[in-house]
Design a protein around this ligand. Structure first.
Ligand code: ATP
Ligand code: MG
Length: 449
């Protein structure tokens, strides 16, 4: 008779059981619902990919690739890896399915398990779950000029606003957003800064711990991440990236902050926020929540223009984030703040857009952002162009995204408080007062109050 054996889940993995899984499902349903209101659709990439994809995208020198990846030889001798993150997969899929030919930008979100061989502890597992999203936009001819700096900033801010809206909807407590700009990879910007940082670190080398000393050569930015007590006063005196950004990156960062302000998103600047993955540039952000001890980061994200190109695609911009779902749920449980079940609405599953907001003029952007916030708060799906578009172009775009209504906001509308709403199906137009807007759209779409 075979020896009796009780099996256990592999170290760092765990079974999620009821009733907790109910909360997981609600969290995921809420993410689908909120991301849907921002015009995102779901992608489900495979859980394993060629090892080389992650080595290239995440970077061979990073901890993730050099120490934490579950890689193995497949039976045909190719090396495959369980995914440690999903941005690389989304970019691979973007290229593989020619998404540059889709209506731009392409907005995708994913939910699923990731695998990293780390030391298991509270909020840190070897199989963990992420909810993430990416906005990808392949550059058209003539793009990439100074105007794009403002546009990128608005896109970044809306992505951050979306995460914050999701967290607010969940009732997550103690949420703190930190932002930074890490510049771009040019000699007069980040590359120059990294050299200065390296030189400064070399001078104080003797006072640093072993990890930081090694990083002076491999990745000096990561020294700023150090949590070692005795290194803190040394790090405080190091040169700061904010003093070394090029003009474009500086303008872009100022605009990101202004766009966050316009959206009522509260943030703190943190010059030491560098993030662990190679592909980031300009905007980086991290969000922490309460009740998690030292593993308190629930979301990390940033801009990664150029990653798609690095993976063999066309020149494409990217911005995205990944939320640690395990930590998010730990924090919700810890706060014993589970929201009553009828407050969690299940995603309707419809794809499309209820309202496209066509705005022109910077005064009107304020009204447009407010209108988007109110409509989204009512559960409606809203598209808000990040830069002003001529009304003709905006209406064309509204058609493309399949909007039911276009809300037109020009100087006249904002001055009179009487907004113009166009029903795209039959082209009729009417005036609706700003105050009645949400109810009007709800009535027309049959959305539940
Ligand atoms: P950390 O500094 O905590 O290791 P990270 O920078 O490695 O995080 P990212 O790669 O940016 O994390 O992933 C985004 C989010 O995924 C993190 O903010 C965290 O919430 C979650 N996460 C990352 N690694 C793990 C893990 N091993 N277990 C649980 N959640 C994780
Ligand atoms: Mg990590």
């Amino acid at each position: 008779m075979a020896e009796k054996r009780r099996f256990q889940a592999i170290k760092g993995t765990r079974d999620l059981l009821p009733p907790e899984t109910e909360l997981w499902n609600r969290v995921e349903a809420t993410s689908r619902e909120v991301f849907g209101t921002f015009g995102f659709g779901e992608i489900r990439p495979p859980i394993f990919e060629p090892t080389e994809l992650f080595a290239r995208a995440v970077g061979g020198e990073t901890d993730i690739v050099s120490k934490e990846m579950y890689s193995f030889e497949d039976r045909d001798d190719t090396s495959v890896s369980l995914r440690p993150e999903a941005t690389a997969s989304v970019c691979r899929a973007y290229i593989e399915h020619n998404m540059h030919a889709w209506t731009q930008p392409v907005k995708l979100y994913y939910i699923g398990p990731m695998f990293r061989r780390e030391r298991p502890q509270k909020g840190r597992y070897r199989q963990f779950y992420q909810i993430g999203a990416e906005v990808l936009e392949t550059l058209q001819q003539g793009q990439g000029g100074p105007k794009d700096i403002a546009k990128d900033a608005a896109v970044d801010a809306e992505v951050v606003e979306m995460v914050m809206t999701f967290f607010a909807r969940l009732g997550l407590e103690g949420v703190q957003l930190e932002i930074n700009s890490i510049g771009h990879n040019a000699a007069e910007c980040r590359r120059g800064y990294v050299e200065k940082l390296r030189a400064a670190l070399t001078e104080v080398k003797d006072q640093l711990g072993e990890d930081s000393r090694r990083r002076i050569e491999t990745n000096p930015l990561r020294v700023l991440d150090s949590k070692l007590e005795h290194e803190q006063p040394i790090i405080e005196k190091l040169p700061r990236i904010s003093d070394h950004l090029c003009d474009d990156c500086r303008k872009n960062f100022a605009e990101v902050k202004r766009q966050l302000d316009l959206r009522g998103v509260v943030y703190k600047e943190n010059w030491r926020l560098v993030r662990g993955l190679d592909y980031y540039m300009r905007t980086t952000f991290e969000i922490t929540a309460r009740g998690l001890g030292s593993q308190n980061a629930v979301c990390g994200g940033g801009r990664y223009d150029g990653l798609v190109e690095l993976l063999g695609g066309q020149a494409t911009k990217g911005i995205g984030f990944a939320i640690g779902e395990d930590r998010l749920i730990l924090s919700l449980l810890e706060a014993r703040k589970e929201v009553a079940s009828d407050e969690w609405r299940v995603a309707s599953g419809r794809i499309g857009c209820d309202v496209y907001i066509a705005w022109m003029g910077s005064d009107c952007q304020v009204a447009a952002i407010k209108a988007a916030q109110e409509l989204r708060a009512a559960g409606l799906r809203v598209e808000l162009p990040p830069v002003e578009l001529k009304f003709g172009k905006a209406l064309g775009q509204a058609d493309k995204v399949g909007a039911r209504f276009a809300l037109i906001l020009g100087e006249d509308e904002v001055a009179s408080g009487q907004w113009t709403v166009k029903t795209l199906a039959d082209g009729t137009q009417e005036k609706v007062s700003a105050a009645e807007m949400v109810d009007w759209v709800r009535r027309k779409t049959g959305a539940k109050v």
